[in-house]
Design a protein around this ligand. Structure first.
Ligand SMILES: [Zn+2]
Length: 407
């Protein structure tokens, strides 16, 4: 062991959960205490795999980093230790074993893509919920399905996963899945008869411990594909979450979960029909409403003018009523919704030229905010911040009507 180098117990004993060590250095890094031990089973963040947590003595380990140049492992802790202390390190095994399942699963999936489809894995990221691999080219749904099946077949054969160390020149003669990034003595991970690659991470010792590898999704990424996957306990968690949401939706629709796609399709068809029917009703209602409004129109010369704020009308309904109103000659209509902010539409019949609807709505927006626009014969918009009364009063004035009679 080179002086200062930390002996990494997980290199040869990935199953070790506890260890004894001596504190060889304590430093302050940005207000946090960083501890170096003569040996450690804590995995430092590297190669796409996050660090281990756990305890050193009484202190909690909150981060573990490695210095590539010196080979030192730094443990950031939230307690106190001193140089020379003999301490016991304990790994949070739930977290570590989860990382081992995901990481070994990644080797299997990458190997299946390499063997089956000649696709290289460019990078790997082990996330808090899901992991990803970036593949060198775009892959099809069929290729993903066969690679996933092949990787799982080898998982269920429960093949040994061996660790060995070789010199660089020996490694050069071996059929490694990808060119190692490190030089010097290399640590190789071999899944018997399936995969051989250089890796410093932690892996299960038989493929059966991965449990299952499940691809959750994929997308195009930098000219290739990014695959999202979960292994082992995470795959069970994903299945449970899917089951809960599928069961919940199925209960709402009172169908079996298998019938969900068909039930949702039926629902969408029904909704479309309902919307069409509703549009029909709104138009019929608008016809009556338009006629009713026309009866109460006020006259300026030969022109009948309607200025109203209507309850429960959206932009489409306002347009239907307004269009209906100005279908007859000699009419002007300015209609608002009673909602706040309010919608507005202004229209005039083909034979009326006394009011510019576009100018009218622009004046309303200038006074009350909102936006929209249109032509002299039809203009509309929304976002008017004023009460229905204030809007009606302003519009009456703009079309040349007086103030509303009291009452
Ligand atoms: Zn690995």
């Amino acid at each position: 062991m080179a002086p200062g180098m930390t002996t990494r117990l997980y290199y040869t004993e990935p199953w070790r959960r506890e260890f004894d060590a001596e504190v060889v250095d304590v430093t302050d890094v940005g207000g946090r205490r960083a501890v170096r031990l003569d040996r450690t089973a804590f995995y430092p963040t590297s190669g796409g795999q996050p660090f281990d947590t756990g305890t050193i003595g009484e202190a909690r380990v909150v981060d573990v980093t490695e210095d590539e140049a010196s080979g030192e492992v730094q443990h950031v802790i939230d307690g106190a230790v001193s140089v020379g202390d003999r301490v016991r390190g304990v790994i949070d095994w739930t977290r570590r074993f989860d990382h081992m399942q995901q990481h070994t699963g990644q080797h299997m999936l990458s190997a299946a893509f390499a063997h089956g489809h000649g696709v290289r894995t460019e990078s790997f990221h082990l996330g808090a919920d899901v992991s990803t691999i970036d593949l060198a080219r775009e892959v099809s749904a069929d290729e993903i399905a066969t690679a996933e099946a092949e990787a799982n077949r080898v998982v269920w054969e429960d093949r040994p996963v061996a660790i060995r160390f070789v010199a660089e020149d020996e490694a050069a003669r071996l059929p490694l899945r990808k060119q190692p990034v490190k030089s010097g003595r290399l640590r190789l991970i071999e899944v018997e008869g399936f995969d051989l690659s250089a890796c410093g991470g932690t892996h299960v010792s038989r493929t059966g411990a991965i449990g299952i590898i499940a691809v959750r999704g994929w997308e195009r990424f930098r000219g290739g594909s990014r695959l999202t996957f979960v292994c082992g306990r995470r795959a069970l968690g994903a299945l449970r979450a899917l089951r809960d949401s599928a069961d919940g939706a199925a209960r709402q629709l009172t169908v079996h979960p298998d019938e969900l796609p068909a039930a949702v399709e039926r629902l969408l068809v029904e909704r479309k029909e309902t919307q069409r029917e509703l549009r029909g009703y709104v138009e019929r209602l608008a016809r009556y409403q338009g006629e009713e409004l026309a009866q109460g129109a006020e006259r300026v010369g030969a022109v009948a003018i309607v200025v109203e704020a209507l309850e429960g009308y959206d932009a489409n309904a306002l347009k239907v009523v307004g269009t209906r109103l100005v279908r007859e000659p000699g009419r002007i209509a300015v209609l608002f919704s009673r909602a706040r902010p309010a919608l507005v539409i202004a229209l005039r019949s083909g034979d009326v030229a006394s009011v510019d609807c576009g100018a009218l709505v622009r004046e309303l927006f200038a006074r009350f905010g909102g936006k929209g626009g249109g032509r002299p014969d039809l203009a509309q918009g929304g976002g008017l911040e004023a009460s229905p009364d204030a809007l009606v009063t302003a519009a009456r004035e703009l079309v040349g009507l007086g103030r509303l009679p009291p009452g």
